[in-house]
Design a protein around this ligand. Sequence first.
Ligand code: ADP
Ligand code: MG
Length: 697
Amino acid sequence: MQSKLASIKVETLKGVGPKVAEKLANLSITSVEDLLFHLPSKYQDRSRIHPIASLRPGEYAQVCGMVEAADIVFGKRRSLICKISDGSGILDIRLFYFSMAQKKQFIRGQYVQCYGQVSFIGKNFSMIHPEIKHLKDNPEPRLENGLKAIYPVTDGLQQRTISSLIQQSLSLLKRSNPTELIPQEWLGKLEFPPLADALRMLHRPPLDISLESLQKGEHPLIRRLAFEELVAQHIAFENIKIKNKKNNAISISGNSALQQKLLNNLPFALTNAQSRVVSEIESDMHKPFPMMRLVQGDVGSGKTLIAACAIFNCVEQNLQAALMAPTEILAEQHYKNFQSWCEPLGIDCVLLTSKMSAPIKRAALESIQQDKAKIIIGTHALFQSQVTFANLALVIIDEQHRFGVEQRKTLLEKGFEANQGRNYPHQLVMTATPIPRTLAQTAFADLELSVVDELPPGRKPIQTAVLSDQKREQIMQRVRDYCTTDNKQVYWVCTLIEESDELQCQAAEATFHDLKQALPELKIGLVHGRLKTAEKQQIMLEFKEGELDLLVATTVIEVGVDVPNASLMIIENPERLGLSQLHQLRGRVGRGEAESHCILMYHSPLSKNAKQRLEVMRSSNDGFIIAEKDLELRGPGEVLGTRQTGALEYRFADLVRDSHLLPDVYNCANDLALHSPLIAHALITRWIKHDKNLAKV
Ligand code: ADP
Ligand code: MG
């Protein structure tokens, strides 16, 4: 079933030594076929010049003009602004990071060609850090033929290298084709092009192709690949489901005496939604094969207590249960809660994280192995090889957004091994990412679904205001009052979306320095993706413990962390994010007694669609309503597909965009699984790679 291209290793290509091979492996690329499936993330049209007057904010464009002026401006941020004019209008090239040598290259009267994203700042069109060509005295721009493909890269692997490797792979594609795995009848029915044509055209799109339909993924070439990916994914899910039903698990009885005691000790009763989900879980766990269930519930819907009910049922039968959180802070937070629930009932509960000191860890490991500890709470350290459970009946994974099919399988196996092969633990995954039901049924086809669709009574909704960043000064003033007069804490989230992590972090750093200057009386911290995990957690901890007043962050701020005293959040450029992601971010506030606020500080002008979407955020606090609206209002390039919400990991498919394909996907997948097991297997090998994120589980 394997094609010739899949058996040609990348090492045989020019320019691939051990280092590059390793970098490619990080992108799951080991063969020429893999390279051919590494498709451009976008295309750039450098075949023509756009008149400045015809530009639209948000679009990428190439312009050419004469330098009118180049000055260093000391505004909010020191920057170099170069004005160029092409007779139709004026464009500002803005550089925040520049050298004097760069400044000197902009000479009045000389010509400059640049390519970048257009924005509208002040009175002029602008490009921030565009690619620049200095044409000197020659007004003739340099144009390229065809669309330029831009590939996703990884640290240390350059665009140029990837392009060259793909070029070499395309030459090989001329000589042999990748194996066509989708049956002819389906290709015909859906009017899809053959695989080889699709790959070739996507890497080297002809100029007459609709760039818009390519970028939006509406072109049949992309659909063709999305379809194949969805089919592969569906077959993989079905396989897991079938296999799982053959595994043994201990049957656990519901509504145990211990669970009753736990609930009786609480100052409140379960909500109806909590009770319903608990019984759904209990009905699964009663069966002799492992539960595989996903619980979705908005932030604050009380998922921890649902987990506790299931856990206490296991303890009643003298079995162990483990709760895994994605970070140390969350694990500790859970541990404190469980301790307070366990102590009055005389149940042993331990914490296990990689940060713990050796003797404490040893003691924890011992008590797990000797069956003293019944409830084990930790990070991914729970599933390292030194951990041996005495009798693990249940694994719960909290706040797992990125949880692909491979990760689920691995976890199941690890639970089995750690349990010395006695039986498979029941599995429960909990997430606060609201995904509309129809999508969740596809994305998590191997899991049963529960939804906690109710918040505990008496929650105060977060008050959300939508303000222009022209009010930045007043907003900063408000932050100051909040921290000094009211003694409260504030999050300030920077959401610049850029291809590069690096630029995101630079933007957050710049904001951090601005705020430090403007608000010298506040203690301000900064977290972003470039920090080491330990550093990030240290700063989060300082914020949690009230040592910092204001936390500047990129969108990396942790899910689930409870800082009740932080009740104001500013989100910069919220128009750039999907609504579900905004809702997640906003959920960091509103966790204490006080009224909470969120300010969505947008950058004008807003498109009509962006206005509507921010209005949804202002008027609703319900994650599921917001998720539904998000889908409804998805506009071209405005909302990021489900792919980017972090919930699902598809390479080409986008469940919203491709939802109309789903019935055919299911039929084709079932057909192949039933009648062509070899093809089904080859599809899984091609698409479901052993993914690096596994390490994060
Ligand atoms: P999440 O679903 O985001 O994980 P948590 O489990 O952290 O939510 O619960 C949020 C808060 O709500 C906790 O302080 C918890 O004690 C409280 N809570 C949970 N269930 C109820 C309930 N039925 N009534 C009142 N408060 C509740
Ligand atoms: Mg939680």
